[in-house]
Design a protein around this ligand. Structure first.
Ligand code: G3H
Length: 242
């Protein structure tokens, strides 16, 4: 299976975004290595522009969220079909920031994952425990419940991203053993072909060690995906075709 290194730009990306992406392409000599998949999920306002400008260089693009419905009276929302129409191939659903900021339940996340598949997109479904849950020894049961409730029932390929909430943007990461155990646990609950990403403070300094863990098939990178200086070595740390 090919590794997938995905950058989630969150609510960032005006100003230097174009410079950074062009610098990244330049470092790879004009086009991305074909033995791993590289995805960038910028804000929706620049998704179409970027998907059209840079897909020839081998970068894939994705949305950060979608509505479950195709269209309708949902002010401020964007449907999976609209994201597909930009030229994007993926969409993140159920990120912990959406679960927390917008009260998204597993049921809503599942509906969004189904919508993504309906639109021909690959959903990246995020799961992960809080610090309190890990300290209480219930991380696996929390993630198990999220998986049961959030995975799509529509047929199609999806990706799962394990992102411990307490590791996001904090510089903290679980131990290699904890990541390995959780990924083995998720692997047992997902089809063999499902790519499992780790996310949460992935940086140039820890990427190689994390990406070498069995059942870690790539990374979902936040802050370090915004700068070519950081994203380039993370992409390079990913094994090629596994
Ligand atoms: O979606 C990405 C994650 O939330 C990780 O963010 P981070 O790499 O800034 O910790």
């Amino acid at each position: 299976m090919k590794s997938l290194i995905a950058g989630n730009w969150k609510m960032n990306g005006i100003g230097q975004a174009r410079v950074e992406i062009e610098s990244l392409i330049e470092r790879f000599g004009g086009s991305m290595p074909g033995d791993r998949d590289i995805l960038i999920c910028p804000p929706a306002t620049i998704l179409r522009d970027f998907a059209r400008s840079y897909s020839d260089e081998g970068i894939q693009f994705g949305g950060q969220d979608c509505h479950a419905n195709t269209s309708g009276a949902h002010t401020g929302d964007i449907s999976a079909e609209m994201i597909a129409d930009t030229g994007a191939s993926h969409v993140i659903v159920g990120h912990s920031e959406r679960r927390a900021d917008h009260g998204e339940s597993d049921e809503i996340v599942k509906a969004k994952a189904n919508a993504a598949l309906r639109a021909g997109l690959t959903p990246i479904i995020c799961v992960g425990e809080t610090r309190e849950q890990r300290e209480a020894g219930i991380a696996q049961s929390v993630v198990g419940t999220q998986l049961e409730g959030s995975l799509p029932d529509a047929a199609g390929v999806f990706v799962v991203a394990y992102e411990p909430v307490w590791a996001i943007g904090t510089g903290l990461t679980p131990t290699i053993q904890d990541i390995a155990e959780m990924h083995d646990f998720i692997r047992a609950k997902t089809p063999e072909s499902t790519r499992l990403l780790y996310g949460g403070s992935v940086k140039p300094g820890n990427a190689q060690e994390i990406l070498a863990i069995s059942n870690v098939n790539g990374a979902l990178v936040g802050g370090a995906s915004l700068k070519a200086d950081d994203f380039f070595p993370i992409i390079n740390a990913a094994p090629g075709q596994m």
